[in-house]
Design a protein around this ligand. Structure first.
Ligand code: AMP
Length: 304
């Protein structure tokens, strides 16, 4: 069932204890679409500038199942650019710079061929732009949004309006705390549900995630990655969401247990994204590798 995403296409500069990467392909939509494409076809609505390198487009085109008809390149504008530095333990990072470029301009048109999209993911971008995409799909089956510190800081009213319209949110524990001023992730999730969504997924990095859906709560561990497997955590959250929404779109079900299963697919898909800088590992990933790791993860996470 058709899945659509909007968010950023980015040019990233990353500094990590494992090395640095300058001017590489990044962006919330980019990671999401690449990860989702292993599970279901995905349609992209996003914009890049005239400085967007051709090699970046070729990488995205290499993912079978990613439709780029809704990717607009504006020759007079600049691509969103972001720099981040990871601290020694790779669990925390600081933003070095954010240049909004096209994200500060009106959003791109939504192609007519995308009108029957049923599953909508609003990856990180301005909440007003997320809401604009959402309004194109009044008949959707499921709409889920992500957000982050910048938007909580500079677009709080627009974010609150967006939250009142979506079915679910995916965010990390720091963002949930920033939004609710509650440290405990389950209590923070409950507060977020009061803002509108039916469910919230709170990611806790290497400690997995929790899922609060109405009165029900589920918890899931992270994939047990060893130190040498963690090269660059950038895009882990977007890849997690891509694997999760890709699975939901592939089964077409939105009940508690289907979403809980989707979280495991998201976890496993994201565990590959962090094995390299940019999308390098995702670009040579196969569905068979994901299936194999899913079996290992199920065995490792088994309880009772
Ligand atoms: P993640 O590591 O999953 O939080 O996502 C990192 C990606 O999000 C990077 O590739 C950035 O290009 C992109 N990004 C960083 N900040 C923002 C922002 N404020 N809005 C949209 N995308 C962003």
């Amino acid at each position: 069932m058709p899945l659509i995403v909007t968010g950023s296409v980015g040019i990233d500069t990353i500094h990590a204890p494992t090395g640095s990467a300058e001017g590489v392909l990044g962006g919330s939509t980019t990671y999401f679409a690449a990860a989702a494409s292993f599970h279901a076809p995905v349609r992209v609505v996003a914009a890049a500038g005239g400085d967007w390198p051709d090699e970046h487009r070729k990488v995205l085109e290499g993912f079978e199942g990613v439709c780029l008809e809704g990717l607009q390149v504006r020759s007079e504008s600049r691509t969103f650019a972001w720099g981040g530095r990871y601290h020694d333990n790779m669990n925390s990072r600081e933003t070095l710079f954010t240049e909004l470029g096209v994200l500060d301009e009106p959003g791109p048109p939504v192609p007519d061929a995308y009108r029957d999209s049923e599953f909508v993911f609003l990856a990180n971008t301005h909440p007003a732009e997320q809401a604009r995409l959402l309004d194109h799909f009044p008949e959707r089956k499921l709409a889920v949004a992500d957000t982050m510190d910048l938007w909580i800081n500079i677009a709080h009213p627009e974010l609150m309006t967006l939250l009142s319209k979506v079915d679910g949110v995916v965010m990390n524990d720091q963002e949930a705390e920033q939004l609710t001023e509650i440290t405990n992730p389950i209590s923070a999730a409950r507060k977020i549900l009061e803002m509108g969504p039916t469910f919230a997924v709170i990611k806790k990095g290497e400690h997995g995630c929790i899922f609060v859906h109405g009165d029900d709560v589920a918890t899931l561990p992270a994939y047990p990655a060893e130190a040498h497997q963690v090269v660059d955590p950038t895009g882990a959250g977007d890849s997690f969401a891509g694997g999760m929404m890709g699975h939901i779109a592939s089964v077409g079900m939105t009940d508690f247990f289907s979403i809980q299963t989707a979280l495991a697919w998201g976890t496993v898909t994201a565990s590959f994204a962090i094995e390299s800088f940019s999308l390098d590992r995702l670009a040579r990933l196969t569905r068979a590798e994901i299936d194999q790791r899913m079996s290992e993860f199920q065995a490792a996470a088994r309880v009772g």
